[in-house]
Each structure stands twice: as C-alpha cells, then as structure tokens.
Design a protein around this ligand. Structure first.
Ligand code: PRT
Ligand code: ZN
Length: 285
C-alpha cells in the first residue's frame, strides 16, 4: 500500500498554515514519533518537516512526492517539478527597493549597481530580460540592512506589509514576482500515489472554496425576492423558504468573501432584513 510523502516547512511562516490545511482536510497525525517525519493515522500520507529551500530538490528527487512552499522559492530553485495548486496563503511579492532619497527612473536605474538578495536566479533573470548589467550580492538573511551598511545600492527581497522596507529607509520601486503558497509535485508519481493525491486535492479544494465563501441567510418581503435573487447568485440558485409571517420568506445562499460587503449593501437597499452571515467549513462543488 503506497503512502504519499508531503514535505512542509519545519518552522517558519508557512509551517502553521501548512499543518492547519492538512488538519482541515480531516487528516490526523501521530505526534512525537520524530521531529523530522510523522505519519497520518487515517489517510495514507506521511509528512516530512524540512527547510523550505530544500523542498523543490527533494520533490524533484522524490524524497517527497509533493511539497508546500512559496512560489518565490519554487521559481528561485528552478527544479523540474509541477505546480499543482495555489493555496491562497503566505501572499507576498519579491521586489526591488532602493534608499528612499534616491529617485527611481526605471529598471535602468540598476545599470552597473550592486543589489543584495537571497534570490539570485530570479533577479539575474529580471536583469537579463531588461538588458541590465548589475552586480548581484547573494546574502542569506537581513537583506534589508545591506544598503545602510554600504554592502549594496539596493535590495531584492520579499515584501508583505512594506514595514521592513520603511524602517530601513528603503522604498519599493519594482515588483518582480507575486507569490503565494503552492503545492508542487514530482512529475513521475505512480498511479497509486496519483490516486491519493487526487483525493487530497479534492479535500484541499473544498477547504479553500469554503474559506473563499460565506453562507448567508436573510428575510425579505416576497415582492423583493426577484431583486434579491439577482444580487445573490448562489452555488446554483438561492433557496427560498416561506416564513410564518404572511408575505415574507427566508432566502439562503452563498456569497464570495471578496464580494461580501458590496452585496450586503445592495441587499439592504433591496429590502433584506435580519441578515445572518455564517462561515462555511467545507464546500464541495
Ligand atoms: O528556515 P526556512 O529556510 O524554512 O525558512 P525561511 O526563513 O527561509 O522562510 P520564512 O519562514 O521567513 O518564509 C517562508 C515563505 O513565506 C517565503 O518563502 C515566502 O513565500 C512567504 N512569506 C510571506 C514571507 C513573507 N510573507 C515575509 N514577509 N517570507 C518572508 N517575509 C519577510 C521578508 O523577507 C522581509 O524580511 O518579512 C519581511 C518583510 O515583511 P513586511 O511585512 O515588513 O513587508
Ligand atoms: Zn528558507
């Protein structure tokens, strides 16, 4: 009986969300067996805890069958693996930044300059695409202090809120890459492992769909039903139940998280009352 080996980050920004995602898929783990590896008790998977930098190589070599990590690291390591699914967490961007007093004139600003980064491959591809000759200083951490200590003229690093750049007197001038956590997979999985992966992906998609949507219940006069249904498309169409109050009904539907506030305003304008919005745990389409 095959087991699908999943590599996730041991400790860092991706660890908690990666573990949580597997748990939300109903997968339970034996704990305390080893700090490097654990097996699920109710699903044929094994989890390996690794540094994110090593995951692409291990997946390529099939030490792990699939892995969860940031797209930034996938593109930097450039290994022969497939990106299977985007997971919607650890959103960030890889950007170029320079001292805030410097005026930016476009990518040619970096001509013959020195840029510090932990992403030499992505940065050199960017410079190549833009016909820029620049020096890349590869450093593994605290990239943002490089200009301040005279090590480089600018940096290329991960940005999320932007506050690290701000506190180090830098401003973001170019976004090279947008990134989020993804699942990568080995290209030669045997049929049995592909079957386990398909089951896992089905669960993961149900969890992601659920997070992206809300269940909404509201009361409305029958005269407003048509208008309200046009605002609430739902998964197929809204459910309508009669209320004891004559002339009134209850409407149930699903709305996308990102359209949520817009829709609520439109619903109130259309005559909806007693609106309840409920998180969805799993959503199977
Ligand atoms: O030990 P290991 O090698 O496994 O971990 P790591 O230290 O290399 O990575 P880690 O845990 O810091 O990040 C893992 C992944 O999280 C990254 O590869 C990204 O895909 C993603 N991610 C999301 C981030 C950030 N947001 C982020 N803000 N990775 C790093 N940062 C850092 C960034 O380097 C900078 O120092 O946070 C700072 C910027 O944040 P803001 O909010 O101030 O802009
Ligand atoms: Zn790392």
């Amino acid at each position: 009986m095959s087991v699908l080996k999943i590599a996730i980050q041991k400790s860092g920004r991706l660890s908690e969300n990666s573990k949580k995602l597997l748990e939300e898929c109903g997968i339970k783990f034996y704990s305390g067996i080893s700090v490097l590896k654990t097996t699920a008790s109710n699903f044929p998977v094994e989890v390996l805890f690794l540094r994110d930098d090593d995951i692409p190589q291990y997946v390529e070599q099939q030490v792990a069958d699939i892995g969860i990590l940031g797209e930034n690291m996938v593109f930097e390591k450039n290994k022969d693996v497939d990106i299977i699914e985007k997971l919607g967490f650890a959103n960030c961007r890889l950007s170029l930044a320079i001292p805030k007093e410097e005026k930016y004139t476009g990518p040619h600003y970096f001509m013959n300059k020195k840029v510090a980064t932990s992403y030499p491959k992505i940065l050199s591809d960017f410079f190549l695409r833009n016909n820029i000759t620049a020096e890349i200083e590869e450093i593994s951490g605290s990239v943002e202090i490089a200009p301040g200590i005279g090590l480089a003229d600018g940096i290329c690093d991960i940005v999320s809120s932007g506050s690290t750049l701000l506190t180090n007197g830098l401003h973001e001038v170019e976004t090279i890459l947008k990134s989020q956590a993804v699942i990568i997979g080995n290209k030669n999985l045997i049929a049995e492992k592909q079957e386990i992966l398909a089951k896992l992906l089905f669960r993961i998609r149900s969890v992601i769909n659920a997070k992206e949507n809300k269940y909404i219940l509201l009361n409305a006069p029958e005269s407003a039903v048509e208008k309200i249904c046009s605002i609430l498309p739902g998964m197929k169409s809204p459910s309508i139940l009669p209320l004891v109050n004559k002339g009134w009904c209850s409407i149930h539907s699903v709305v996308k998280e990102d359209q949520f506030w817009d829709r609520i305003d439109q619903l109130r304008e259309a005559g909806a009352e007693g609106i309840l919005v409920i998180p969805i745990e799993k959503m199977i389409l």
